[in-house]
Ligand binder design. Sequence first.
Ligand code: PLP
Length: 402
Amino acid sequence: MLHIPNSDDQTPEWSVQSQLIHNGMERSGFGETAEALYLTSGYVYDSAEQAEARFKGEDDGYIYSRYGNPTVSLFEQRLAALEGTERCVAVSSGMAAMHAALACRLQAGDHLVASKALFGSCLQVITTLLPRYGISYTLVDGTDLAAWESAITKHTKVFFCETPANPTLALVDVAAVGKIAKAAGITFVVDNAFASPVVQRATPLGADVITYSATKHIDGQGRCMGGAVCCSEQFYTDHLQDFVRHTGPSLSPFNAWTLAKALETLDLRVSRMADNALNIAEHLEGHDAIDRVSYPGLQSHPQREIASRQMRNGGTLVAFQVAGGKANAFKVLNALRLIRISNNLGDSKSLVTHPATTTHRVLSEEARWEVGISNNLIRLSVGLEDVGDLKTDLENALRMID
Ligand SMILES: *Cc1c(COP(=O)(O)O)cnc(C)c1O
């Protein structure tokens, strides 16, 4: 066992917020207040016998940072406490997490069902990369429960979805889809990056594996890439452990340190961002220059009932269609001063993007139409600025539309 000279009380009876501040704290001999950063690739052993015992798995110290690192473990322990899963494996990006979660579970001949409204790179993994290894797929309208059920074949091993979906903010009923998956013995993987663990916890709703882009809300300050797979001990030992150890999507200890510290303020930041988002969504709804606002926290959201069951609030993203087409959408984007144009999201800085010409550019016009990505659609990721200033910036920009 590792000797922990001075660790904080980490009993699981403390509430999640307290665990996010103290879990994984293992002070060095200096008694530092903040978590130490173990920027090391390897580890030394006291003896040849100890090295042998580690490799045999009889001594649980570290071996090599591709397998594990104390600072990466710190982040993993905190995120597992927040998600409520037995295990969390941190990796180098959100896409490394999504790919690992799917590829470790599937093999040639297997079939996967996914909702068609997905983050662009997830769609690429499912429709172009995994099929090269003999893994077939069916894309369904994620809101249509009968479609999930009828897509199941005897080879189906995984269901995959994202909710709210990027960028339309359509919702998948996680509990209902989870029930269908469970009845058929299918592993249900939910990409929870868009909501964040503050807004939505997919584990109690019935998801088996939850994946995160930590780049988004978890860092939330535009500093580093990261990702995570949260799962049961069994999924970890049966599928994930060997896959991540040997394919090497390891998270840098420096990024892990940044992300672990960011978890301390995640609830505060995301709750305030969601308050700002609701305020803005309400302000934009009914505005002359806007055709439609989509925000899960508005009464007008077509799946409001699902939102109230599975989300703590409406989240930090607002999608809206400006009157007219692409030209007007561009006019609004270009006139914003405080809110910057960027495809990133979940940041303390408010960011705005035109999905049809950026993140969802590779989809055909027809495919975009099917999931509701029109040429006048703008996606706004609401940050931590003063909400009055954000509304003023939007108001001034919307005046540019004739
Ligand atoms: C950003 C994002 C990803 C990919 O994460 P990276 O950290 O950019 O690799 C996957 N899914 C969703 C919903 C995302 O928003």
